[in-house]
Design a protein around this ligand. Structure first.
Ligand SMILES: Nc1ncnc2c1ncn2[C@@H]1O[C@H](COP(=O)(O)OP(=O)(O)OP(=O)(O)O)[C@@H](O)[C@H]1O
Length: 205
């Protein structure tokens, strides 16, 4: 799905060749500051390598319209933004970006239950805990229905039990719906348990 060829970026990343397979779960692991987020941003064309190229479906990622690309490949950043408004508005923000206005309220309620957000959809999103906000943002991405989901530390604000539940749900969803998932994680346990493929990035000295 992605092919990375000879990319270099500011002495942070230097990757000769890497394949990220379609319809699989790939984890990116490595110590803090090794460039995991930078690589994820490159897959979303938020950052471009200084040298080399990134192919998506055998085409240079720069040849896609950036907005169209981000409808197909959606990234959940490490600290996603919560907007003013209620929980439902915050979930639907992604849908609006995906230019789709129809939504299934029952599906949203089911995801709220799965992700243990026991709040009314009309209540203010700002009052949610850090972990609840993070899970809300995962729901936002899932209902956008992208082909590729890029998750940057999706569970950094979650306790171990909730983390496992949330990641397990996302991975099942990805498999059942033939999606591609690339997630950055600090946890080698999570990476081993859920991924088909692990990419380890080493810090360059
Ligand atoms: N656009 C940029 N220009 C220059 N340096 C950058 C840029 N983006 C990130 N960096 C630096 O590159 C290094 C790698 O950052 P990155 O966020 O990719 O690491 P990471 O592996 O995701 O770290 P963590 O696990 O702590 O989140 C850091 O030292 C960071 O300060």
């Amino acid at each position: 799905m992605f092919e990375i060829k000879n990319i270099k970026f500011k002495g942070i990343l230097d990757i000769e060749h890497l394949i990220i397979p379609e319809e699989k779960i790939t984890s990116i692991v490595g110590e803090s500051g090794s460039g995991k987020t930078t690589l994820l941003k490159m897959l979303n064309n938020i950052i471009s390598p200084e040298e080399g190229e990134i192919l998506y479906k055998e085409k240079n990622i720069n040849d896609f319209d950036a907005i169209e690309l981000r409808r197909k490949i959606t990234m959940l950043p490490q600290n996603p933004v919560i907007y003013k408004g209620n929980i439902l508005d915050n979930i639907l923000v992604g849908k609006k970006f995906a230019k789709s206005t129809d939504y299934d309220i029952e599906e949203i309620k089911k995801l709220m239950m799965e992700f243990s957000i026991g709040k009314d959809l009309n209540s203010p999103a700002d009052n949610l805990s850090g972990g609840e906000k993070q899970r809300l943002c995962i729901i936002r991405v899932l209902i956008m229905n992208p082909d590729v989901i890029l998750l940057d530390e999706p569970s950094s604000a979650l306790d171990e039990k909730t983390e496992d539940k949330v990641i397990s749900y996302i991975c099942n969803y990805v498999k059942q719906n033939n999606k591609t998932l690339v997630m950055v994680t600090h946890s080698s346990e999570i990476a081993k348990k859920y991924s088909d493929h692990i990419i380890e990035i080493n810090k360059r000295s």
